[in-house]
Design a protein. Structure first.
Ligand code: NIG
Ligand code: FE
Length: 417
């Protein structure tokens, strides 16, 4: 394979790879910008970053071997990381979109057997091949929008067979698709119909049957719970997350999305790697997250789509919480694959700066799924996941919204878009 040499990027954003760990406060604005930037990639790895002049000097004798990419007038960033998706699902729910516009709430629809339950029925009915094909196409769209690493959750099976089916589909996708796919078990996404009135029995099924199998088969890294009024209580959520921990599954929490419910506090208490949504998180909960180093995974596209006020990202950053952002791609509350849109919404709806939004979609997103040492930066000696954008600066990327500016994508040093 020929080395690839990117030259003359108007801005090369390395994300300051010398810094380790999730970024907080002013650390979220440390982008490691190199003007007239250049990257030499070889054997899937970043070999050198610097100015075009520096690399011209260093690789003087090897110019002939390389495939040269002229990035004049273009921005080059790390591949984006989407740390929260419900990637694998059957069917769509466009009729609910209309019902919500007419005034029905997300929870009303779900409690009446729609929402997550509707997708669960369609996911149970779909074959493994159908789910694979649809999710594969979705991953292709993510890639075209600059995403090179992504987390996906189960949670539309709500029985052992279908939860495992979703996780197997993700395992297969990870092995054949360029995107690195990290799996999360989310059997605690809703209490399925057949367990209505016997919620504790479903919690026991999760703890005694599903979690042990998922862990034994190595099908997931994380265990996520929808801790929400009329879904799983904080007490039930804690039992499920603690059970996962005994099997090596790291906790995540869908927390305080619809109502304040102590989800942020729970995430900090159980040592979750991240808490998601947090629209209604309390000040004390956010403080606990800052103290425990729980990453806030904020989903402004979901807030927009549900016509809710977005989480207070600005306040969280000022409080010292490490903030990541994500599409939450799912067929109900956020049917999008666009991380560039999400970065823009992080600026507009949560008053994050363009620099913070980029950090939240790269470094902090990678740490939120345990990939901080592999992804989210352009680092010498590490895998070469890069995007070249049709804009000259990261500010322009966030400013000119609703457009997919991704021009080229490299995953592990191979051009995939
Ligand atoms: O993160 N809030 C819970 N789960 C998903 C939505 C799932 C669905 O509506 O299908 C979320 O928004
Ligand atoms: Fe979600």
């Amino acid at each position: 394979m020929k080395p690839i040499w990117i030259k003359h990027a108007s801005q090369l954003i390395t994300m300051e790879p010398g810094l380790t760990g999730p970024r907080t406060g002013s650390g979220m604005s440390e982008l490691g910008i190199i003007e007239d930037g250049s990257v030499w990639m070889e054997s899937g790895k970043v070999i050198r970053t610097g100015t075009t002049r520096q690399l011209e000097r260093e690789f003087e004798n090897r110019v002939q071997e390389a495939e040269v990419v002229d990035a004049s007038g273009k921005l080059v960033t790390p591949g984006l990381v989407d740390p929260h998706t419900h990637l694998v699902f059957g069917g769509t729910r466009e009729e609910e979109f209309e019902r919500r516009l007419e005034g029905a709430s997300y929870m009303e629809i779900m409690n009446a057997g729609g929402g997550i339950h509707a997708t669960s029925r369609m996911t149970r009915d779909a074959t493994e091949e159908e789910l694979f094909e649809q999710a594969y196409a979705r991953l292709d769209s993510f890639l075209k929008h600059g995403v090179t690493t992504l987390e996906g959750k189960s949670g539309y099976g709500l029985n052992t067979e279908t939860e495992l089916k979703q996780l197997r589909v993700m395992k297969k996708l990870n092995s054949v698709h360029p995107i690195d796919l990290i799996s999360t078990f989310m059997g605690a996404h809703a209490v399925p119909h057949e367990y209505k009135g016997q919620e504790e029995a479903y919690v026991n099924l999760l703890i005694e049957t599903m979690i042990p199998i998922v862990a034994k088969e190595g099908l997931a890294r994380f265990n996520d719970v929808f801790c929400e009024k009329n879904v799983f209580t904080p007490t039930q959520s804690e039992r499920i997350l603690e059970a996962g921990k005994r099997f090596g599954l790291v906790p995540k929490v869908h927390a305080d999305e619809i109502e304040p419910y102590g989800g942020a506090e729970l995430a900090a208490r159980v040592g979750a790697i991240s808490a998601e949504h947090l629209l209604k998180a309390s000040e004390a909960g956010r403080q606990a997250m800052a103290e425990k180093g729980t990453i806030a995974c904020l989903l402004p596209a979901t807030a927009l789509y549900l016509r809710e006020e977005a989480a207070n990202g600005r306040r969280m950053i000022d409080q010292g919480v490490a903030v990541a952002i994500s599409t939450d791609c799912n067929p109900g509350s956020s049917p999008t694959v666009s991380m560039p849109l999400v970065m823009n919404l992080a600026c507009i709806l949560m008053r994050m700066t363009p620099a913070e939004a980029l950090c939240a979609a790269t470094v902090n997103a990678a740490y939120a799924i345990g990939e901080g040492e592999q992804a989210g930066k352009i680092e010498e000696g590490k895998q070469a996941d890069l995007v070249m954008w049709n804009v000259p600066s990261y500010q322009m990327l966030q400013y000119a919204f609703g457009v997919n500016h991704a021009r080229a994508v490299w995953k592990k040093g191979v051009r995939v878009v």
